[in-house]
Design a protein around this ligand. Sequence first.
Ligand SMILES: [Zn+2]
Ligand SMILES: [Zn+2]
Length: 645
Amino acid sequence: MRYYEVAPTKIIRANANTFTYASNTALSVGAFVMIPVGKQTLLGVVMKEVARPEYATKEISELLNIQALPVQLIQTAEWMSNYYHTHLATVFQTILPRGLTKNRRIKQRQQHTHERDRTHFLLNKKQQAALDILGKTSFGTALLHGVTGSGKTTVYIEYAKQVIAQDKSVIVLVPEIALTSQLVAEFQQHFPDVVLAHSKQTEAERHTSWLAVANSTAPQVIIGPRSALFLPLRSIGTIIIDEAHEPSYKQDQAPRYSALRVAGVLAKLHEGIVIQGTATPLVSEYFLAKENNRPVIELPERARADAIAPEITLVDMTKRSSFVGHRFLSDELLTKIQTSLDAGEQVLIFHNRRGSASTTLCENCGWSATCPRCFIPLTLHSDAHELRCHICAYTEKVPTSCPVCHETDIIHKGIGTKLVESEIRRLFSNKKIMRFDGDTESTETIEHNYQALYSGEAEIIIGTQVVAKGLDLPKLSTVGVVQADAGLSLPDFSSSERTFQLLAQVIGRVGRSSRPTNVVIQSYQPNNPAVQYGIEQDYDAFYKETLTTRRQSNFPPFTHLLKLTCTYKTEAAAIRNSKELAKHIRTRYPDVSVLGPTPAFYERQRDTFRWQITVKSAKRARLLAIIGDIPGQYWQYDIDPMNLL
Ligand SMILES: [Zn+2]
Ligand SMILES: [Zn+2]
């Protein structure tokens, strides 16, 4: 008899990840087995062989005829379970396709291993230099910081060819496959066998493509969202993370993992490298790269030599003289829209959907109300006539005059997306107008309507985050940003960073060719660093400024964060329990800093009340200890959250 620790893929006991079973045949680590648990038989994964235990053990019921998981994936699963304080069964539920025990017929995939693509791009100097650095990088993470249109994809493809030539696989992570059709098409030109993973796949499709990867011996190129990390590849040479700043790389349900961190661990186990490609690296990641002497590769120029940068105009929304024709669409913007439409060209109007929280600001000088401790915007609670910090619970009375210029022009503003749309429709009623929103359904709509967008049939496009991303429209000549500071009103430490990223992206929609283009950016806070540096596309200046603020307010990368959120049926229960937990943490862990409790930004969801506590600690291990100490059921935890909303 041999003995093995087996991890069931369903939680049996909260405090036990594995159980010991006996087997009369030798099993490999990663093998899939059926195990008896009480009266049921469950799917389990063999974790390791152990000595004969003192206690009696049951026997494994069956060894399944499925290729064992690569040992690197097993180790990554264990790492995720520890690092995110999540039960191993929950991690396996994330990693493995559903319906693994079902029998499915696998389509034999055509292997093109012998007809490798020998064509090469003509790289410009910067791209060649980038490739040289990647070639010399043998482990860890490289940051590819390239402006929009700098030709990052070309570098990815050329590097991927080198990796495949060494018989190793390539994973390309993308935020959402529907918005990256261009990247996918370019890869498919060079690698005929690209495996696409995406969120619209059915359970059966996902399962069969998982099995095909598991049974394949040839190196593969995989393109997909963060879950593509978990395809059972034998040997990974590189993991390329495109648009590495995107929030979708953090999973918003347990295990709340960051694909950036998991990719780092997985690549290390495979002795491969991670490439984080983006025009706007996350401030925390850029800081980490510098601290750890990781390669930071700069691609500061557009790849097309004849590309003309757009003409950017900034309109100060506090100057009412710029708004003669309309109360929030400036004369400048309306003129540019009309000129483009008259020339038969396209217009894109961008408005941050989540900016509906109202900012309290001075209409005269642009001053805005922020928390003196957290440096985040205060939220107006008009019933109590006070401003409140949603993170640390600081409050103050609504000021009657501006603390900077002493004028009494204090306003509470937020322009809703619906209002923007109805006004555009009213002003340009004879034009073909299309609106796209930020949720998944609309992602489909963009894909579905791509032809209308691309051909210019849609004359005015109104949209939120989703349109700022992948679109490359040849007829687009004017981009308008209704209120660039809208996202800044969100009470969170990362709002300014998000605003900067979105502005850089939305400006990047034009100026990709030799045609002249325009961008009109309106803002109540034209001097805010996120707006100012976003318009100048000055990442270095924004990075320095943000790092200073994060240091002063003690937010990442200068501390570790834990967000605890409770959900109760009544507000009283939410308040009472969160106060109790905050007190408990303060008493038992005096070395951490506890902020709150406060009502969560999304305070009411369905018929429940949500309150939250934020914990900061220089030691991440302390936060993991606290997670082990919170009452389950009503509380959710997120360690290393991307935001505190
Ligand atoms: Zn003022
Ligand atoms: Zn605060």
